[in-house]
Ligand binder design. Structure first.
Ligand code: ZN
Ligand code: ZN
Ligand code: ZN
Ligand code: ZN
Length: 123
């Protein structure tokens, strides 16, 4: 697979290329969520409104916020960050973030402790 898989922007659910510096939908850095730009509604070249969902100009097909440089968090120069974005936000086959599994584990452990407490009280 040579093509970069598309991801869902963690901020607004728009389908984006994970190597973009800012999401054309919400203008946020897809890696750290920092807003990289004020909202721009019209394409300066064609004077046409960008699509409200994907941020593409209907005439020149230029994506909004394409001119924004790399983010302070290192995106998109950090290959590891892009790998993580693809892993957790890919449109197909995304994995759960480890934090979620961690939460489930804590709940399970608490439940087990609760039941142990119940049995010891009865005994
Ligand atoms: Zn977005
Ligand atoms: Zn960032
Ligand atoms: Zn659209
Ligand atoms: Zn345009």
């Amino acid at each position: 697979m040579s093509e970069t898989p598309f991801i869902r922007c963690p901020g607004c659910d728009t389908l984006i290329d994970p190597t973009r510096t800012a999401c054309p939908g919400c203008g946020r850095c897809p890696a750290c969520g920092v807003k990289r730009s004020q909202t721009v509604k019209t394409c300066p070249n064609c004077n046409l409104a960008y699509c409200s969902c994907c941020g593409r100009c209907p005439q020149c097909l230029e994506l909004r916020y394409s001119e924004i440089g790399p983010c302070e968090c290192g995106h998109p120069k950090d290959a590891q960050q892009i790998e993580d974005l693809v892993r957790y936000h890919a449109t197909v086959g995304a994995e759960r973030r480890p934090a979620e599994t961690g939460c489930i584990l804590v709940v399970v452990i608490l439940l087990i402790l609760f039941f142990i407490g119940m049995f010891t009280l009865k005994g």
